[in-house]
Design a protein around this ligand. Sequence first.
Ligand code: AKG
Length: 239
Amino acid sequence: MHLTPQQRDHYKEQGFVVIPNLFDAARVTSMREHYMNRRAEGPKPGDTGGTTDYLDDPNHQFPRMINMHVWDELTQEWATDTNLLTVTEQLLEDTPVLLQTMLYFKPPGARGQALHQDEQYITIDPLIGAWVALDRSDEAVGRMVLIPYSHQNGVLNVEAADTAISFTNVQVVKPGDTEEVGIDMAPGDALFFDGKVIHGSYMNKTNDRWRRSFICHYMGEHSQRFEPDEGTHVSHLKK
Ligand SMILES: O=C(O)CCC(=O)C(=O)O
C-alpha cells in the first residue's frame, strides 16, 4: 500500500492520518468474532477495565486486552499485516518494530480514555500508533479524538483525569488554544498517529453499539528510549 505525498505530509504536519479500508470486511468480521471468543475464555495477562471507582462501567465486564500477540498467533499475524507494516514504514521512515498490541471492546455505556500522549506511557521516540476500527466509530460511541499539530510541542505534563468519564486516572495538561477533532471511521479504516499527538476518547453514549478497535504500537529500528522529564510520565501523577 503506497501512500500519497498528501497522506505523508498530513501525518508529518498534523501528527496523524486516516487510511480507509486498510483491512477488508471479511478480516474485520473474523477479528471481531475472534476477540469476542478469546474474551469469553476468561482473564488474560494485563487486562484492565480501568479504575475501580466506577464498577458499573461495562469495561469491567469486557476489559481491554494487551499484548495478545505474545499468546495469540492470529494477533501476531494481524499486527504484522503487510498493509499495516508498509504504511507504518512510510510514516516512520524506518523499519517498524512491533512493541504492543491492544484490543479495546468499549461496550455500550463504557467510559472512554482521557486525552494523553502515548509517549507519556511508552518512553520511545519516534513511536507510532495504528488504531483499526472494528465497528463504525462516531461521536455517539466515543470515537477517537485528536488535537492536530500537538505532536510538535514535545511530551507534556500529566494531571489527574475525571474517572467518571475516563477508565484511566491520568491525562495530559492540555496546552491552551487547541481544538479537538473527532475522527469518524468505518470498520477496517486505520488511524495512524504520532506518539506525541494528544488523543483519547469520550464515553460510549449508546445503549446498543460497541466500539471495538485493534491497536498496535510500533517503534522504528532507529527509535531511541528516552528519560522522561519530571512530571511528564503517567507514573509521575501526584496522588
Ligand atoms: O481507543 C481509545 O479510546 C483510546 C486509544 C488510545 O489512546 C491509544 O490507542 O493509544
